[in-house]
Design a protein around this ligand. Structure first.
Ligand SMILES: *[C@@H]1O[C@H](CO)[C@@H](O)[C@H](O)[C@H]1NC(C)=O
Ligand SMILES: *[C@@H]1O[C@H](CO)[C@@H](O)[C@H](O)[C@H]1NC(C)=O
Ligand SMILES: *[C@@H]1O[C@H](CO)[C@@H](O)[C@H](O)[C@H]1NC(C)=O
Ligand SMILES: *[C@@H]1O[C@H](CO)[C@@H](O)[C@H](O)[C@H]1NC(C)=O
Ligand SMILES: *[C@@H]1O[C@H](CO)[C@@H](O)[C@H](O)[C@H]1NC(C)=O
Ligand SMILES: *[C@@H]1O[C@H](CO)[C@@H](O)[C@H](O)[C@H]1NC(C)=O
Length: 246
């Protein structure tokens, strides 16, 4: 795949070179195109020491989402980027124990849906809004304390410090953090059973669910029938096309 991609890029480059050469001959000052879209992966690669975060951005597709969102919104974004050291100081197996959805939540927790410059940190009110959503105590709270240029973060599970800014362009800001921001929802204590009243109702609903399982089996078998029908239809269609072509 890569060689194809490379040769495609090469071809594109050739075409680009040809067209720019001709336009340069025709008109000496070609208008500058739109700036290339921001690529968070490229930014983190350049900074090095973020290979784990890059991998997480990749498998959760949050990296692509950031690039798209940056292109489409005027609010900008801020990424709190834990270093490889931060990830390796987690207990072994922690990342692997997370489901895909939990990985997604963990990564989204490190992304803030606005551009925050270094000087703006002092003006933020707690809890911060992250892309993980619900910032109430047992979910995804992220609080900040500042003193001068020092910025600390707490998730209720870990305390972290903001280190240097890796990148800023007025739309995207990336800051290095020394800890993985572990959200309460995934790593903290869960709310005490403060609402025992709705419990029996849930159990009743569960019983209803099991009763409905029979129906769903019937439905799924009819879905299988439908799929078989579709297969038959496709086979017929292919046979028809084959006959027609011969
Ligand atoms: C972003 O950069 C990475 C690494 O440099 C590259 O693999 C990827 O294709 C780029 N994505 C886009 C959309 O250009
Ligand atoms: C960025 O947004 C513009 C329109 O706002 C769109 O034409 C372009 O395709 C987008 N680029 C990417 C890489 O999403
Ligand atoms: C940040 O945390 C460090 C300890 O990790 C502490 O010494 C410092 O006072 C804290 N600063 C702020 C602004 O909370
Ligand atoms: C964050 O700050 C808010 C408002 O001060 C507070 O209610 C909440 O308990 C704090 N959460 C954590 C995890 O420190
Ligand atoms: C985080 O810092 C607060 C005080 O700022 C402290 O009470 C708490 O124990 C710290 N938590 C951890 C996990 O270090
Ligand atoms: C499929 O499920 C619906 C409820 O979701 C039920 O009303 C219907 O009878 C089921 N169909 C079959 C064929 O069992």
């Amino acid at each position: 795949m890569t060689p194809h991609f490379l040769s495609f890029q090469f071809l594109l480059l050739l075409i680009l070179l040809c067209t720019t050469t001709t336009t340069t001959v025709a008109q000496p000052a070609p208008a500058p195109g739109p700036p290339p879209p921001t690529n968070i992966t490229k930014i983190l690669e350049k900074a090095s020491q973020f290979t784990t975060l890059i991998r997480l951005f990749d498998i959760t597709k949050v990296g692509d989402q950031i690039n798209t969102q940056l292109n489409n919104s005027k609010q900008g974004m801020t990424v709190l980027a834990p270093t490889d050291n931060a990830f390796s100081s987690l207990a072994p197996g922690v990342l692997n124990s997370l489901s895909d959805q939990q990985k997604d939540e963990l990564v989204q927790f490190h992304v803030l849906p606005t551009f925050i410059s270094t000087s703006q940190f002092q003006t933020l009110s707690n809890p911060l809004r992250t892309q993980a959503g619900d910032s109430t105590f047992y979910n995804f709270p992220l609080n900040i304390t500042t003193s001068g240029t020092q910025v600390n973060l707490t998730t209720g599970v870990v305390n972290a410090s903001l280190a240097n800014s890796i990148y800023t362009d007025g739309s995207l800001a990336v800051y290095q953090v020394d800890k993985v921001l572990l959200p309460m929802k995934l790593f903290g204590p869960q709310p005490p059973a403060a609402a025992p009243a709705p419990e029996p109702e849930k159990k009743k609903k569960k019983a209803g669910d099991t009763a409905a399982t029979g129906d769903s089996t019937a439905n799924s078998s009819s879905a299988v029938d439908l799929r078989l029908d579709l297969h038959g239809l496709m086979r017929g269609l292919i046979a028809f096309i084959a006959m027609f072509c011969l």
